[in-house]
Design a protein around this ligand. Sequence first.
Ligand code: IMP
Ligand code: MG
Length: 174
Amino acid sequence: MLGETLVSAAAIAERSAEVASAIDAAYAGADRAPVLLCVLKGALIFTADLSRLLRTAVEVDCVSVRSYGGGTASSGTVDLVKGATGDLRGRDVLVVEDIVDSGHTAAFLRRHLGECGARSVRLVTLLDKVSRRQREVVVDWSCFSIPDCFVVGYGLDYDERFRNLPDVHVLHVE
Ligand code: IMP
Ligand code: MG
Protein backbone atom coordinates (compact mmCIF):
# COMPACT_ATOMS: atom_id res chain seq x y z
CA MET A 1 0.00 0.00 0.00
CA LEU A 2 2.67 2.51 1.06
CA GLY A 3 4.29 3.93 -2.06
CA GLU A 4 7.17 6.19 -2.98
CA THR A 5 8.17 9.38 -1.19
CA LEU A 6 6.47 12.34 -2.83
CA VAL A 7 7.85 15.09 -0.56
CA SER A 8 10.83 14.37 1.66
CA ALA A 9 11.29 15.64 5.21
CA ALA A 10 14.28 17.68 3.99
CA ALA A 11 12.22 19.34 1.25
CA ILE A 12 9.47 20.10 3.76
CA ALA A 13 11.94 21.72 6.15
CA GLU A 14 13.52 23.84 3.40
CA ARG A 15 10.23 25.01 1.90
CA SER A 16 8.61 25.61 5.31
CA ALA A 17 11.43 28.01 6.20
CA GLU A 18 10.71 30.05 3.06
CA VAL A 19 6.99 30.10 3.80
CA ALA A 20 7.65 31.06 7.43
CA SER A 21 9.62 34.10 6.23
CA ALA A 22 6.71 35.15 4.01
CA ILE A 23 4.32 34.74 6.94
CA ASP A 24 6.61 36.79 9.19
CA ALA A 25 6.62 39.56 6.58
CA ALA A 26 2.83 39.50 6.31
CA TYR A 27 2.33 39.87 10.06
CA ALA A 28 5.17 42.36 10.65
CA GLY A 29 3.91 45.17 12.80
CA ALA A 30 0.82 43.29 14.00
CA ASP A 31 -0.38 44.90 17.21
CA ARG A 32 -1.37 41.58 18.74
CA ALA A 33 0.00 38.05 18.31
CA PRO A 34 -1.76 36.15 15.54
CA VAL A 35 -3.39 32.85 16.45
CA LEU A 36 -1.94 29.83 14.66
CA LEU A 37 -4.95 27.59 14.34
CA CYS A 38 -3.99 23.98 13.83
CA VAL A 39 -6.60 21.88 12.06
CA LEU A 40 -6.45 18.57 13.91
CA LYS A 41 -5.23 16.03 13.45
CA GLY A 42 -3.57 16.23 10.06
CA ALA A 43 -1.83 19.58 10.61
CA LEU A 44 -0.38 18.65 14.00
CA ILE A 45 3.17 18.02 12.82
CA PHE A 46 3.23 20.84 10.27
CA THR A 47 1.99 23.30 12.91
CA ALA A 48 4.63 22.16 15.40
CA ASP A 49 7.43 22.61 12.87
CA LEU A 50 6.14 25.79 11.22
CA SER A 51 5.55 27.50 14.55
CA ARG A 52 9.21 27.02 15.43
CA LEU A 53 10.36 28.58 12.17
CA LEU A 54 8.35 31.76 12.71
CA ARG A 55 9.95 34.84 14.23
CA THR A 56 6.48 36.29 14.81
CA ALA A 57 5.19 35.79 18.36
CA VAL A 58 2.07 33.68 17.98
CA GLU A 59 -0.53 31.97 20.09
CA VAL A 60 -1.47 28.41 19.18
CA ASP A 61 -4.95 26.95 19.25
CA CYS A 62 -6.61 23.95 17.62
CA VAL A 63 -9.85 23.08 15.94
CA SER A 64 -11.02 19.66 14.93
CA VAL A 65 -13.17 19.10 11.88
CA ARG A 66 -14.45 16.02 10.18
CA SER A 67 -15.26 15.61 6.54
CA TYR A 68 -13.92 12.14 5.86
CA GLY A 69 -15.09 8.71 6.91
CA GLY A 70 -12.39 6.12 6.53
CA GLY A 71 -12.21 6.71 2.78
CA THR A 72 -10.22 8.94 0.50
CA ALA A 73 -12.81 11.44 -0.76
CA SER A 74 -14.51 14.32 1.01
CA SER A 75 -18.16 13.81 1.86
CA GLY A 76 -18.74 17.49 1.10
CA THR A 77 -20.20 18.10 4.54
CA VAL A 78 -17.87 19.39 7.19
CA ASP A 79 -18.60 19.12 10.92
CA LEU A 80 -16.87 21.09 13.63
CA VAL A 81 -15.89 18.45 16.19
CA LYS A 82 -14.08 20.88 18.48
CA GLY A 83 -13.82 24.65 18.25
CA ALA A 84 -10.93 26.85 19.34
CA THR A 85 -10.35 27.11 23.08
CA GLY A 86 -9.64 30.84 23.03
CA ASP A 87 -11.84 33.77 22.08
CA LEU A 88 -11.07 34.65 18.45
CA ARG A 89 -13.03 37.91 18.37
CA GLY A 90 -10.86 40.65 16.87
CA ARG A 91 -7.92 38.30 16.34
CA ASP A 92 -5.76 37.65 13.29
CA VAL A 93 -6.12 33.95 12.65
CA LEU A 94 -3.77 31.86 10.53
CA VAL A 95 -5.36 28.51 9.73
CA VAL A 96 -2.74 25.77 9.37
CA GLU A 97 -3.86 22.90 7.15
CA ASP A 98 -2.15 19.70 6.11
CA ILE A 99 -3.77 19.64 2.69
CA VAL A 100 -6.41 21.49 0.71
CA ASP A 101 -8.23 19.02 -1.50
CA SER A 102 -11.87 19.68 -2.47
CA GLY A 103 -11.72 22.97 -0.55
CA HIS A 104 -14.80 22.17 1.56
CA THR A 105 -12.89 22.22 4.86
CA ALA A 106 -11.11 25.48 4.09
CA ALA A 107 -14.34 27.14 2.95
CA PHE A 108 -16.13 25.92 6.08
CA LEU A 109 -13.36 27.20 8.36
CA ARG A 110 -13.21 30.61 6.70
CA ARG A 111 -16.95 31.01 7.22
CA HIS A 112 -16.84 29.64 10.78
CA LEU A 113 -13.95 31.89 11.82
CA GLY A 114 -15.70 34.89 10.32
CA GLU A 115 -18.72 34.03 12.46
CA CYS A 116 -16.41 33.77 15.48
CA GLY A 117 -15.46 37.42 14.88
CA ALA A 118 -11.88 36.95 13.71
CA ARG A 119 -10.45 40.23 12.38
CA SER A 120 -8.55 38.49 9.60
CA VAL A 121 -8.34 34.90 8.42
CA ARG A 122 -5.42 33.60 6.38
CA LEU A 123 -4.59 30.05 5.46
CA VAL A 124 -1.32 28.19 5.07
CA THR A 125 -1.23 24.63 3.84
CA LEU A 126 1.54 22.10 3.52
CA LEU A 127 0.02 20.51 0.41
CA ASP A 128 -2.42 21.68 -2.22
CA LYS A 129 -4.23 19.35 -4.63
CA VAL A 130 -5.33 22.14 -6.92
CA SER A 131 -6.88 19.87 -9.56
CA ARG A 132 -9.37 18.43 -7.05
CA ARG A 133 -11.00 21.71 -6.05
CA GLN A 134 -14.81 21.72 -5.82
CA ARG A 135 -15.00 24.98 -3.88
CA GLU A 136 -13.05 28.08 -4.70
CA VAL A 137 -11.00 29.01 -1.65
CA VAL A 138 -8.19 31.45 -1.03
CA VAL A 139 -4.97 29.71 -0.01
CA ASP A 140 -2.58 32.39 1.19
CA TRP A 141 0.49 30.17 1.37
CA SER A 142 1.03 26.69 0.03
CA CYS A 143 4.27 24.78 0.47
CA PHE A 144 3.75 22.22 -2.30
CA SER A 145 1.23 21.69 -5.07
CA ILE A 146 0.79 17.98 -5.64
CA PRO A 147 -0.96 15.87 -8.29
CA ASP A 148 -4.22 14.04 -7.70
CA CYS A 149 -3.03 11.14 -5.58
CA PHE A 150 -3.71 10.08 -2.02
CA VAL A 151 -0.83 10.83 0.31
CA VAL A 152 0.09 9.96 3.88
CA GLY A 153 2.80 10.85 6.39
CA TYR A 154 3.97 14.03 8.14
CA GLY A 155 0.60 14.17 9.89
CA LEU A 156 -1.61 12.90 7.08
CA ASP A 157 -3.38 9.61 7.61
CA TYR A 158 -5.29 6.88 5.94
CA ASP A 159 -7.78 5.52 8.46
CA GLU A 160 -5.61 6.96 11.29
CA ARG A 161 -2.46 5.21 10.10
CA PHE A 162 0.85 6.60 8.76
CA ARG A 163 0.68 10.02 10.47
CA ASN A 164 4.07 9.52 12.10
CA LEU A 165 6.06 8.94 8.90
CA PRO A 166 8.67 11.71 8.49
CA ASP A 167 8.14 12.05 4.70
CA VAL A 168 4.97 12.40 2.62
CA HIS A 169 4.33 9.20 0.65
CA VAL A 170 1.89 8.20 -2.04
CA LEU A 171 -0.57 5.60 -0.81
CA HIS A 172 -1.84 3.07 -3.29
CA VAL A 173 -5.43 2.40 -2.33
CA GLU A 174 -7.39 -0.27 -4.15
P1 IMP B 1 -11.04 19.00 1.69
O1 IMP B 1 -12.12 19.45 2.61
O2 IMP B 1 -11.54 18.03 0.64
O3 IMP B 1 -10.23 20.12 1.08
O4 IMP B 1 -10.05 18.09 2.49
C1 IMP B 1 -9.43 18.51 3.59
C2 IMP B 1 -9.02 17.34 4.44
O5 IMP B 1 -9.12 16.07 3.77
C3 IMP B 1 -7.57 17.48 4.78
O6 IMP B 1 -7.38 18.31 5.90
C4 IMP B 1 -7.16 16.03 5.04
O7 IMP B 1 -7.41 15.71 6.38
C5 IMP B 1 -8.05 15.22 4.14
N1 IMP B 1 -7.32 14.79 2.93
C6 IMP B 1 -7.49 15.24 1.68
N2 IMP B 1 -6.63 14.65 0.82
C7 IMP B 1 -5.89 13.79 1.57
C8 IMP B 1 -4.81 12.89 1.27
O8 IMP B 1 -4.31 12.75 0.12
N3 IMP B 1 -4.32 12.20 2.32
C9 IMP B 1 -4.79 12.32 3.59
N4 IMP B 1 -5.78 13.16 3.91
C10 IMP B 1 -6.33 13.89 2.91
MG1 MG C 1 -7.05 17.33 7.84
